[in-house]
Design a protein around this ligand. Sequence first.
Ligand code: PLP
Length: 441
Amino acid sequence: MLRRPEVRTDLPGPNAARLIERDSVAMSPSFTRAYPFVMDQGDGCWATDVDGNTFLDFTAGIAVCSTGHSHPRVVAAITDQARRFLHMSGTDFYYRTEIELAERLAAAMLPGAAARVFFTNSGAEAVEGAMKLARYGTGRPNFLAFFGAFHGRTLGALSLTASKATQRRRFAPLLPSVFHVPYPSESRGIGSDEAMANIEELFATVMPPESVAAVFVEPVQGEGGYLVPPPDFLPRLRELTRRHGILLVTDEVQSGMGRTGRLLAAEHWDVEPDVVCLAKGLASGMPLGAFIARGEHMSWAPGSHGSTFGGNPVACAAALATLDLLEEGLVDNAREVGHHLLDGLRALRERHPGLVTDVRGLGLMAALELGSPELAGEVVQRAFRRGLLLLTAGSRAVRLCPPLVLSPAEADVGLEILGEALAESAAAAQPAAPGAGAEAR
Ligand code: PLP
């Protein structure tokens, strides 16, 4: 039988309201919760809150739960490893899960490159490590990144991040040696020629190419609004960086691990970077990140980089099970159901041309852009009240990043609710019928 969301209480329900009250006292106020969802348990694409309300989850915990909530094979791998040992630190010792995961990631992501892997606890840490590696390997100081990019919030990664001013405000000085240019996308009216010309201008003026250690790029820009670049962009960036001995670092923290219908998004354009950054979907929800570099670029000296927790054995076990599931069919599922989802979003745009200004994405990394930030926020709220969890991205996009186990039928349930939320916003935006409210006057 087709499963549907069930919202039985007011939102937040009483248990959720109590926890949110405690959270408001105990937790940092720096977070950006859009609505009062308090998780209790999940399975697959479904998430149940502490009042027993069940939601269809098109967020996957910000594109993390790649194999769905608590996939039984991931849970079994975690449990098995947890019984053996929880931690030993790959910085000082060795263990099987870490070595095996490094071998598999290197072979799958940079085949034939004698690639090596460094494990981290988060995406920001992966980016941070890749920045250090690029400086170490090239002996050059500068970095290039793109407006709209999100690479994390630690001070090095934040210097690359150029998504929202609030993320940088009052944290200066950041790294001085980072330059930005606009990210090309049809949705923003910026083509590859313009993007490449901007880079050449930087080379000719403030950032000579031989001073650049690395270009950091998201193959599909995530927090910036799920922007897909023109097809020639990444190949041209690859050619340019190779010509100048600059490392091309693809930040696949959000777009990687099968989300776009290929293991790495850059594969859509046959581009092999020098370094890949991963996190989010890598271990299905266990905190694990990684950067993977071609062998010739990862030759730093013992002691030059390390991490106590990076490559935690339980997280590595979860990642091995995740890779199995991706290879056994979830990457293909993301591609196929992604097509279905994008077709459905295009149909919604046709139905609501006044509200929806753009539909874009690859695989299960899809977005619906609306006319204003307020409208995007409103649609997300309306969907929540109807049992669909969504997030925004960029200034006014609604992003859809469900678990990669999403079925076509579940995609249809989500599309139906999104359609209802849009229809409600459309009705609310209609001018009142003549005479309406006359009594009140
Ligand atoms: N890079 C990209 C592309 C991301 O989307 C994110 C997080 O959203 C990060 C890096 C930072 O990851 P984390 O929040 O795990 O530090």
